[in-house]
Write a protein that binds this ligand. Structure first.
Ligand code: HMG
Ligand code: MG
Length: 289
């Protein structure tokens, strides 16, 4: 098992999408450009979703146009349907490496709330997106939300998560990110969930995506590392708290994950000093909002 861990930075997307106040385009671009100089190889920069649903991401096309891409970095965007794919194609800058992330839920309640449709319908909508991405040679990533708990349906059985993972893997052999969307997971339940998902996909194809609402994200990362996962999503400065709870923890903070990984002897290739600067920038953005 390798001692290298890949960090997927999701602050500019998962973090900022939760901020109530509109963050100026220039500030988003400055954060992405700084992160691009940190050694991170995967940075999620926005979403081509409905601006009525997620107004903060409405300027993702302008983010792509304005940022300074760093060779070797893959810039990720979320795409829920063909409308989102078409917007991505219209906005992309040739020569830049992008990744397209598709997303479904393991629970029906969250699927309805997040995508306004059932899990099965959300997967059907992804069929042409996956075909288009494969034809265009754009790398895919699949998110499964609510891998331990759903805000509407409660505890989510590991088998439901494995089923959702299988649905995405049936579309294409894409890597999967397993989202503890509301940060209620515990190491025991994360381990049970991973036991089920590892029947569907190898650890090398899985990433942990832990929100830190319950303060368990680092413990959950520890258990996932013990079970062989070597990729994790995190947000600089812990961006991503609930807009209705100022100061509430959001995605697990990139700087905290770096400290944990260093203490356990893992390599990441990420410069902690640059991440510390970016965390300060993220904190200033939150304060200004
Ligand atoms: P809908 O209302 O059911 O869709 O939304 P619709 O097809 O009926 O369209 C309604 C309107 O949206 C129409 O506009 C469409 O044109 C427009 P209108 O005629 O009313 O003016 N529309 C779009 N506009 C821009 N881009 C698009 C698009 N599609 C339709 N792609 C839809 C369905 C999927 C669009 C909506 O539910 C949506 O945008 N949901 C996205 C929600 C979202 O972004 N959530 C956050 C990301 S997921 C996440 O954070 C979890 C994750 O971090 C992992 C974890 O933590 O678990 C990844
Ligand atoms: Mg998330």
């Amino acid at each position: 098992m390798t001692d290298f861990v890949t960090l997927h930075e999701v602050g500019p997307r998962d973090g900022l999408q939760n901020e109530n106040a509109v963050i100026p385009l220039a500030d988003k671009i400055a954060l992405i450009d700084l992160l691009g100089r940190s050694g991170l190889r995967d940075i999620e920069v926005g979403s081509f979703v409905s601006p009525k649903w997620v107004p903060q991401m409405a300027d993702t096309g302008r983010v792509l146009a304005g940022m300074t891409p760093v060779p070797g970095v893959r810039y990720g965007v979320l795409v829920p349907n063909m409308r989102g794919w078409d917007s991505f194609i219209a906005a992309r800058v040739l020569g830049v490496t992008y990744g397209v992330a598709v997303f479904i839920a393991a629970s029906e309640g969250f699927s309805q709330s997040n995508l306004n449709c059932s899990i099965a319908t959300s997967v059907q909508r992804l069929v042409p997106v996956v075909q288009a991405a494969e034809a265009a040679g754009v790398g895919l990533r699949g998110y499964v939300s609510c891998v331990t708990d759903c805000p509407f349906d409660g505890l989510v059985p590991p088998e439901a998560v494995a089923r959702a993972c299988q649905m995405l893997r049936d579309l294409a052999p894409m890597p999967l990110s397993l989202g503890d969307t509301i940060g209620k997971g515990t190491p025991e339940r994360v381990a049970a969930m991973l036991d089920a998902v590892l029947q569907i996909a190898p650890a090398s194809a899985l990433a942990g995506h832990f929100h830190d609402t319950g303060g368990q994200a680092l413990a959950n990362i520890n258990v996932a590392l013990d079970m062989g996962l070597r990729a994790f999503d995190s947000a600089v400065g812990g961006l991503g708290g609930c807009p209705y709870a100022p100061g509430a923890p959001g995605n697990v903070a990139t700087e905290a994950v770096l400290d944990l990984l260093a203490a356990r002897g893992f390599e990441t290739g990420v410069d902690k000093d640059v991440i510390t600067q970016a965390a300060e920038m993220a904190a200033a953005m939150r304060r200004a909002g």
